[in-house]
Design a protein around this ligand. Structure first.
Ligand code: C2E
Ligand code: MG
Ligand code: MG
Ligand code: MG
Length: 288
């Protein structure tokens, strides 16, 4: 009887695994057609200067608007895109779209701002990444100083030398390099001065732990990252700021840049354009 039960459990387990695999395969098949069906969109999340309350930049975040499933979260489809190699054409499309849009806004006379674009490990390891970025900047006419590339710590830890050379070439062009989700990867800090990094983004999980109850021990990691960035002469951006108390804590600790729902969610192009039009006349921190 025990044996029987064990077998049933095993069957249940494999069925669930097969279902998971089938779902991924289905998603992969749909992802394959998504580019030509023009189902991807780029949303833009404002980056705020906490000292002045100004909008100072934005991050491009991809969205997949499937005809039946609706908006599919990047957390779901980016891993599938990575495993299937589809991240390369999708990532290139996001980069081109984001650079093109940023240049169009500049040409329309809106205040010029830097756009941050996320890169996957596969893209950074691609031999021709630098050439791809170069040709996208050339095609769109965006100056390299208006582009920032975000990558995670784990990317730096694999293929260290190749990645380092790639990043140096990008940096030499005038492109900024940010470490996304900083503090969550398993890594030593020694890489920080070996790579040509310009910015650390404090992961949301550390921002979430900042409480407004006066007990500031919960903010120790955020505080440590801010101090580290200052000492290394890097920019520092807090991600996922949702509470006023978090904003105040970060500002007190000298973190001058932030993103989060407290200021704005990522928004579609048309909505971000309105935010750009109001830049300089609206404060994101005063009304909170
Ligand atoms: P990320 O680059 O760390 O982006 C931040 C994520 O946090 C975004 O989720 C954003 O919508 C969300 N967020 C921003 N502020 C808040 C907040 O106050 N509270 C909460 N709870 N969340 C907030 P999203 O857009 O779903 O993207 C998830 C991840 O997918 C990104 O994390 C990034 O790693 C990846 N991703 C998104 N777009 C791209 C892309 O074009 N290429 C690649 N390779 N990865 C992308
Ligand atoms: Mg990011
Ligand atoms: Mg992040
Ligand atoms: Mg992330």
């Amino acid at each position: 009887r025990a044996k029987q039960q064990g077998r049933n459990t095993w069957q249940l387990h494999t069925t669930a695994m097969n279902q998971h695999a089938a779902e991924r395969l289905l998603m992969e098949n749909h992802l394959r057609k998504a580019l030509e069906r023009r189902e991807f969109l780029v949303y833009y999340q404002p980056k705020i200067d906490l000292m002045t309350g100004d909008l100072v930049g934005m991050e491009a975040l991809v969205r997949w608007n499937h005809s039946i499933w609706g908006l599919v979260s990047p957390a779901k489809f980016i891993p599938v895109a990575e495993d299937s190699g589809l991240i390369q054409p999708i990532g290139e499309w996001v980069l081109r779209t984001a650079c093109d849009q940023t240049k169009r806004w500049q040409d329309a006379g809106l205040p010029p701002m830097r756009i941050a674009v996320n890169l996957s490990a596969h893209q950074v390891e691609q031999a021709n990444l630098v050439e791809t970025v170069q040709s996208i900047l050339q095609e769109t006419g965006l100056e390299p100083r208006y582009l920032e590339l975000e990558l995670t710590e784990s990317i730096l830890m694999q293929n260290t030398e190749t990645v380092n050379m790639t990043l140096r070439r990008l940096r030499d062009m005038g492109i900024s390099i940010a470490i996304d989700d900083f503090g969550t990867g398993y890594s030593s800090l020694s890489y920080l001065h070996r790579f040509p990094i310009t910015c650390l983004k404090i992961d949301q999980s550390f921002v979430r732990r900042i409480e407004g109850n006066g007990d500031r021990t919960d903010g120790v990691i955020a505080k440590a990252v801010i101090a580290l960035a200052h000492n290394l002469d890097l920019e520092v951006v807090a991600e996922g700021v949702e509470e006023k108390s978090q904003m105040q804590f970060l500002r007190d600790e000298g973190c001058s840049l932030a993103q989060g729902f407290l200021f704005s969610k990522p928004v579609p192009r048309e909505e971000f354009e309105i935010l750009l039009t109001k830049a300089g006349t609206t404060s994101y921190t005063e009304s909170i």
